[in-house]
Design a protein around this ligand. Structure first.
Ligand code: PLP
Length: 399
């Protein structure tokens, strides 16, 4: 007999993937230049040149057996130490190699932490809408209940009253994702301090830690003068899940880590439980070659010029047409208000009438909005603008 629940998850169509697949099929029919695909968050800038140089150098200079062999479960000691030193310098915060547990990207990092915190059947993990849609699957299938805090649809910061009301005695953690997928918004230091104050109050009320799980694959993708506050310096009980998928444009190479600060509550026990979770998922010893690459390239900065130009072009063009959108300072997403409030209808119409693929906000717990992943060519954005304009005109003519 096959596990029915997993069968359903495996066959349930993901709206994002379905849109992407539609785009590929349509491109065969009408030509790729006539499809405007904003569905997928796949980086569109190449990995920094140093990444490829490092791969070449490693494959030429390190013997194959040791290069491709297993590492320790949490990663090579030298890699953990090098990355910890870089992070310590960057954030002026004491970080040791043993505080890092390398993983196959942010998704297994998140799942390991969620599993480790799902202590009882009643355990709850909270996400703040709009949220990355996979969280629901990660939480519900790893021993905890998934609770959602409704969004602040004006600035896409946080609805504090709703957050406070959502936290109960069984709440283990709140997932904080900034820069945010899907809104592109960066939480301000003030927002994070308010979240921290609410969590602290709840910890005192319920007598146990309420962790922040900081999901940070977009940490380096910020534009202009904006900075992403370092949450462990604001709230002690923070666990960071990081990935090089977006910052080094390496999503297919599956490399990231869990960082548990030494002053975080029960840090040693939590680290051991994260290790246990990785073990039972078979996700220990993440790719050895890419651990070595990260050891050399963790301080590389992505060239964000192309994303920033895309963000500016799309944001300026759409808002000039009359679309409404909170200005995103990070990641590579724009979260636009659906003109008539019906995100699913807009997405369907855009797809069928104009070959324009945008994801309904309902997928992220925030109906009424549309996610546009602008990790695409600048040229595609330019070519897609008339379609956005025509849809608005259609809606206004329909009244
Ligand atoms: N968290 C967020 C908010 C994401 O957008 C993604 C991927 O798109 C992930 C986690 C998973 O990242 P990874 O590819 O490193 O597993």
């Amino acid at each position: 007999m096959i596990n029915q629940k997993l069968y359903e998850i495996g066959t349930e169509p993901s709206v994002i993937r379905a849109l992407f697949a539609y785009g590929l099929e349509k491109a065969k029919e009408i030509g790729g230049e006539n499809v405007y695909d904003y569905s997928l968050g796949n980086p569109s800038i190449p990995a920094p040149e140093k990444v490829n140089e490092t791969i070449r150098c490693l494959t030429e200079s390190v013997d194959s057996l040791s290069l491709h062999g297993y590492s320790m479960a949490a990663g090579f000691e030298s890699v953990r130490k090098t990355v910890a030193d870089i992070l310590s310098r960057r954030f002026s915060f004491p970080i040791r190699g043993r505080d890092l547990f390398f993983t196959c990207g942010a998704a297994p990092a998140l799942i390991s932490v969620i599993k480790a915190l799902a202590a009882e059947a009643s355990s709850e993990i909270i996400a703040i809408a709009p949220y990355f849609s996979e969280y629901k699957y990660f939480v519900e299938n790893n021993g905890a209940a998934f609770k959602v805090v409704p969004p602040d649809v004006e600035a896409f910061q946080v609805n504090y009253e709703a957050l406070s009301a959502a936290i109960g005695e069984h709440t283990q953690a709140v997932i904080v994702n900034s820069p945010n997928n899907p809104s592109g918004v960066v939480y301000t230091e003030q927002t994070l301090r308010k979240i921290g104050a609410i969590l602290k109050e709840k910890e005192e009320q319920y007598g146990h830690p309420v962790y922040i799980i900081a999901d940070e694959p977009y940490r380096e993708l910020v534009y202009g003068e904006v900075t992403v506050p370092f949450i462990p310096a604001i709230y002690e009980n923070t666990v960071v899940c990081y990935s090089y998928s977006k910052s080094l444009s390496l999503p297919g190479e599956r490399i990231g880590y869990v960082y548990i600060p030494q002053n975080c509550a029960d840090s040693e026990v939590l680290m051991a439980a994260v290790s246990g979770a990785a073990r039972i998922m078979g996700h220990v010893c993440p790719p050895s070659l890419f651990q070595r690459v990260v050891e050399e390239c963790a301080d590389e900065k992505p060239d964000l010029k192309a994303y920033e130009e895309n963000r500016n072009l799309l944001y300026n063009s759409l808002t000039e047409m009359g679309y409404e959108c909170a200005k995103p300072d990070g990641a590579f997403y724009l979260f636009v208000k659906a003109p008539n409030g019906d995100d699913r209808a807009f997405s369907e119409k855009a797809k069928l009438d104009y070959n324009l693929l945008v994801v309904p906000g309902a997928e992220f717990g925030c109906p009424g909005f549309l996610r546009l992943a602008y990790c695409v060519s600048n040229d595609m954005i330019r070519r897609s603008l008339p379609a956005f304009e025509k849809i608005l005109k259609d809606y206004s003519e329909e009244g």
